[in-house]
Design a protein around this ligand. Structure first.
Ligand code: NAP
Length: 628
């Protein structure tokens, strides 16, 4: 009997939390529903796959990731550890290293892929996706698979890469053993649940339980359940007090006990403004001590910081609710006060789409009702820009909303990742970050970035912040004898400051070329002394600066690249790696266009051949971008 997985319509009268719970419940059902009635109890995670499946040996499992910032790779590594513990013989591969034709020989596959920008494949997944989507892609009838999609629901094209790969694998005849899960930024809990379900489902294949059998025809039919969005349930992060608990005792040489699930309360040892007084921006340099945490990192990695919401905004929301803040909120795991919830546990600066729907349903506001009903993402994003939870509550100040009603519609407070700008060799025991403080006026109030204003305005030397390292193995300096071309305007300089210090400390012989820029040399040439020092010392072999507003027309880093196109192409021909960091939406696209033009012009290539050249660079991991 075919069992169709229920799909949760967006307009069901449930709160965000109820929908999330239900989605999780159904995802679990989906996992179990493929076990035919009458078979033994569903395979449990933890049970080793049946030994007779593959002549007694451990069962092979291919784990494939596509990543832009390292998250998908991190999840893939976790999946490998867990799969190994459950009796599989897992192999983890970057999509960049996977030849699609070899997939036909794979029996079990877990795909973990992020989406970058407005629905694009991550760079390392592009070729793989082209080959998979091509008409001559191989049939994959013997393949059992699951897809975990990572993304950010703020963007259109949320989790699009995962959706595309999931749909295409099914089209090619592969069997989906677990529904795709589309994870939002706070992906940990959904990823854990998906992984547990995926391993159980793959285990069940070997026990003969993973296929739904059509009783009438006797033929095997495969359920293709609609993929669901599982919104992260509020996985309440530890309040800072909890993070300040005594450090776990660590045996000498042992792995650090601190990590994503247990952030380290790191002390801030410096917090200074880098930009000049006449700058339009406030760019800060923070030095964070790793103390005796045992945490280590590498150039290219990021650091995650869990912020605390602005207490002034918390007060305003409490006033609007007519609450004191002492009201108790309970979820499935714990109880906490409303003030704690709004301060430490939920996003109050960026309203969830659930909250928009909820407010629309409770008010008569025609614009909001229209936006909610049409599901027009672009219009909704435009409307939401510069609006926070208080703005939504004030759409109709006469409507009474209880604390529970509000909390049920909020997203959990996510950590923020900053590219590390220090080198573990040159700045031992510390992590530096280079951060632009986001401040702007909207309506009658000043607004700010949640984490950047928390760090700029409410954290000073001696204070602690909960941190963990976000590794990015795909964004590392090249081998010591290989040249690096680094393009990082604004705070995009961060990882390249790390690379340059690291390469200097290592005595790396490979040449270095930096393209940097910002608005004005006087006010915005951050780390000017260090950068000019690197140039004087011969660490930086070439330095090209683009100060966009120091003349009557804009000059950007890509203009400098074009001016030096012949040399840049020569460096590429000699094996240089190209790195880009900073703004994804405009800068990284324009830099990419410039790179295509330079390759076409100086390599005398037509558009298609230039595209192939760039694709080759990506495939060889010589064109790497850390952009958002
Ligand atoms: P920014 O806004 O990127 O400005 C830096 C310089 O880039 C300015 O001179 C600006 O000129 C110029 N610029 C504007 N449009 C451009 C374009 N299309 N092409 C090339 N240059 C362009 O600097 P920021 O304030 O430091 O912001 C940096 C951005 O990078 C932020 O969005 C940040 O979130 C992101 N970032 C990402 C990472 C990462 O992904 N790991 C790390 C660090 C920073 P005008 O203003 O004069 O037009």
């Amino acid at each position: 009997m075919m069992m169709q997985l229920p799909y949760i319509p967006t307009d069901v009268p449930f709160t965000g939390e109820q929908k999330a719970w239900l989605a999780g419940f159904l995802a679990g059902l989906g996992t179990r529903s493929v076990i035919p009635a009458g078979s033994a109890a569903p395979a449990q995670v933890g049970a080793a796959p049946s030994a007779d499946a593959e002549a007694g040996g451990p069962v092979g499992l291919q784990i494939l990731y596509g990543t832009q910032t390292g998250n998908a790779e991190w999840v893939a590594d976790t999946a490998k550890t867990q799969a190994g513990a459950h009796g599989f013989d897992p192999q983890v591969s970057d999509m960049a290293d996977m030849d699609v034709t070899t997939l036909a020989a794979v029996r079990r596959l877990l795909v973990i892929v992020s989406t970058y920008g407005e629905g694009d494949m991550p760079d390392d997944a592009e070729d793989f996706w082209q080959a998979l989507a091509a008409p001559d892609a191989p049939r994959l009838d013997g393949l059992y698979y699951g897809v975990l999609a990572l993304g950010d629901s703020i963007y259109d094209g949320f989790c699009q890469s995962g959706k595309n790969i999931d749909a295409r694998l099914a089209e090619l005849g592969a069997t989906r053993v677990i529904d795709r899960v589309d994870c939002d930024v706070d992906f940990q809990k959904s990823a854990d649940e998906w992984l547990a379900g995926a391993l159980a489902a793959l285990t069940a294949i070997e026990t003969g339980g993973a296929r739904a059998t059509d009783d009438e025809s006797g033929t095997e039919t495969v359920e293709p359940p609609a993929a669901q969005v599982v919104v992260d349930t509020p996985d309440t992060p530890p309040a800072p007090e909890a993070a300040a608990a005594p450090a776990p005792v660590r045996a000498k040489g042992a792995k650090s006990p601190w990590g994503r699930k247990n952030p380290y309360p790191a002390k801030i040892v410096a917090n200074t403004v880098l930009s000049g007084p006449t700058s339009d921006k406030e760019v800060r340099h923070l030095v964070i001590s790793l103390g005796d945490s045992g945490i280590d990192y590498q150039p290219g990695d990021g650091i995650s910081i869990t912020p605390v919401n602005d207490p002034a905004l918390v007060e305003k929301i409490l006033t609007r609710l007519g609450a004191t803040g002492d009201e108790m909120i309970s979820d499935r795991k714990s109880q906490y006060t409303l003030r704690d919830a709004l301060t430490h546990r939920f996003e109050i600066a960026t309203p969830s789409k659930y909250l928009v729907d909820y407010i629309a349903s409770r008010t008569e506001d025609p614009e909001l009702t229209h936006l909610s009903a049409t599901g027009d993402h672009e219009a909704l994003d435009a409307w939401l820009w510069g609006r926070d939870v208080l703005d939504l509550l004030n759409v109709d100040p006469a409507v009474t909303i209880t604390p529970e009603e509000l909390i049920a519609e909020l997203r959990p407070l996510a950590h923020r990742v900053y590219s590390i700008s220090s080198s573990p060799l040159a700045h031992a025991g510390t992590v530096h970050i280079t951060m632009a403080t986001v401040r702007y006026r909207s309506g009658d109030r000043m607004r700010g970035g949640v984490c950047s204003t928390y760090l700029a305005d409410r954290r000073t030397e001696g204070d602690t912040v909960p941190v963990f390292i976000q590794p990015n193995k795909s964004f590392r300096p090249p081998a010591d004898d290989v040249a690096a071309i680094m393009i990082g305007p604004g705070t995009g300089i961060a990882p390249f400051r790390s690379f340059l210090h690291e390469r200097q400390a290592r005595g790396a012989q490979g040449e270095n070329w930096l393209f940097f820029g910002d608005q004005h040399r006087d006010a915005d040439f951050i780390y000017a002394d260090e950068i000019t020092g690197f140039a004087a010392d011969g660490i930086l072999n070439r330095l090209d600066l683009a100060f966009s507003r120091d003349q009557d027309h804009k000059i950007y880093v890509q203009d400098r690249m074009r001016e030096k196109g012949a040399d840049l192409f020569a460096w590429l021909q000699d094996g240089a790696h190209v790195y880009v960091c900073g703004d994804a939406t405009r800068m990284a696209r324009d830099v990419d266009d410039a790179l295509h033009q330079i390759v076409a012009e100086h390599g005398s290539l037509d558009d298609e051949a230039a595209q192939d050249y760039i694709n080759r660079l990506k495939k060889d991991k010589r064109y790497l971008r850390d952009v958002y």
